[in-house]
Design a protein around this ligand. Sequence first.
Ligand code: OGA
Ligand code: MN
Length: 321
Amino acid sequence: MAETEQKKLKLEGGEDNFKPVFKYYKSRNPPPSLENVIDISDYNKWQDYVEKLTLVENEDYAKNVQRLGLIDSSKWQVVTLNSGLVLIRNPFTAKSINYWCSRCLKDFACNPPFKTNLDISLNPPYNWYDQVITDSHSELVNKLRWSTLGYHHDWDTKEYSLDSTSVFPEDLALLSETILACTGLFNHQKPTYKAEAAIVNFYNMDSTLGGHIDFSEPNTESPLLSVSFGQSAIFLIGGPAKSEKPKAILIRNGDVVIMSESARQSYHAVPKILKADSLSNLLGDVNDGETGQKQGSSDDDVFVTNYLNSHRINMNVRQVF
Ligand code: OGA
Ligand code: MN
């Protein structure tokens, strides 16, 4: 173990109980058992571990809810676990999942105005989507890893700078504010929340995200909102120190995770991407009232559908200042 890591653990107190769990779920051979992974779709099995929240329809935001392609907030399945962690089971209609995934793939992976992992050696403007849409077998499909919107997170210094910024997409800000308002975590009459930066993560089936706390934002009071599409994932949530053994949660297409209060400052990770049940579950969604609903068959829709069949997208929205 590196000396600095050892020092850090000493400061935090105790041994690392996060890493063994991460390693267990990351393992390919043997694959992990999913027996202890909290799946809120199976609420009866997990009711001792999670607390159900019943939301009321938020009148002030009802119009936005509809405009954003979300189902009525009174119908959302919302639970809390680990103080401050809120999980909303897919509140999107299939149509709006398609909308957000198109935004991520066609607009947000575009440099400029945004910044992606692909731009470093390439001359901007560089649009990943323009390159891959003509050749979906291109190796480039799997090379997209992240894109930053609004204040750009600097991966080396782990800081945000006022000078390094793009516009923050208005629709994504509205989505974040609306979801937080519906859960009661943001009061629009006293605006205390502003979506200022987002990291969009693009996962291949073998991608992982190691244990970390998002500490780059000077503002650690505001909740962090995370929306996932496509393939499923095991999400680990621990505590403020690695000595706390994390819980494993199954995150599916459309699920929203909110990290507020002490969960905002807790270790978390994605040790494994799991194959989602099927394509019809992915895009033809129960929330549209009919299953297997077709999205049309433009080249764009076919690309988005194929991408979601073998990738996971995660939009991670933060208030920075
Ligand atoms: C992050 C993050 C979680 C996820 O981007 O900081 O924790 O579910 N992502 O992808
Ligand atoms: Mn994170």
